[in-house]
Design a protein around this ligand. Sequence first.
Ligand code: SAH
Length: 389
Amino acid sequence: MPTLSIQPRARIFHGHVWVYATEIKGRFGEPKPGDVVQLQDARGKPIGSAIYNPQSQISARLFSYRRQDLDLDFFKRRIERALKSRVDAGVDTSLCRVVWSESDGLPGVIVDRYGDHLVLQTLTLAMAQRQDIIVQALVEVFSPTSIVQRNEGNVRKAEGLDQVKGVIHGETPAPFVVRHQGSAFHADLIEGQKTGLYLDQLDNYQRVASLAKGRRVLDCFSNQGGFAQACSLAGASEVTAVDISESATALAEKNAEISGAKIKFIAANCFDFLKQQESSGASYDLIILDPPSFTKTKASVSDAMRGYKEIHLRAIKMLQPGGIMATFSCSHHVSTGDFHESIVDAAVDARKTLRRVTTYSQRQDHPILATIPETQYLTGFAYEVIASW
Ligand code: SAH
């Protein structure tokens, strides 16, 4: 069995599952890209089984603390275990991320379930090479009508893999409408942005909407209007939703027609919109900010921080005492602490006092592992502007 020995003090000894190229001390048995390798410490003590790809900076990813092959039985066990954890957490598993990579002991495998349809991503070389076995395991566990692959994105590039999408099992699903807690969404599993919906935010729509009754709501970066619809249906007095994408705005309009939500949709750049609204003296009672990740790399964190600061400042200035800002960050490279700091900076500049209403995180179908900080990426806060002392 090919083996890697790992440098002392590597993150794998602190509960992480990644081995960086620089943390490899020696290679034995000529491991090939995509192989299962055994990991051992510098003294030869076994650590576990990992997948190997020397082309990636993350050259090995541990998936078991035992000696383990990647066979059908293994994939079925891991998928069933992942599914059970969602059921136990009370997540609606008919609209759900049923497998999330390292968080479910399957590095590079992501599976989203939209009723009878599954969307599969294999983002590591070893898992891409074993995609057929994974598909078989999924068929046995879920008996889906179709499985679509969405094998795109930078992670695949880093692993030296192609960009491919399309049906790999069953029928081609036509775009369809998904209903969730009264709201409507269009799912286009093959052409849609991401896999069609933001599953990680589904629970937060209701939580934010619980603050919306009787309020004038502004939903910035609204995409298909998940927050806007939930707020309108929860009794907001008026709702405005803004997104730069014309196509997302058009879909969101159709969604609102189906769900009965009353929303004014605007296709615009939120930075421009917020600036213009603030300078024209507009005011709202609840402002939701859910921008895309402002940074894909550590190098551009300071740009992201400027972006957050700007939208926070403009939002806070448009809130009167009693008004609430619900703001989210999904930037992997911006820590919760840094994100919070940008709220603090904005409050200081705006000379307003903010009182915490609540905090938000990703839905439980994106499990957070204590020893893998990268598994926590979505963070949010609701703050109320209070009257000055
Ligand atoms: N709140 C949404 C998800 C938002 S994803 C939900 O839960 O469904 C981020 C959205 O921001 C995308 O729809 C994208 O089109 C939009 N976007 C990106 N840059 C923008 C900008 N500068 N102004 C407005 N919208 C923008």
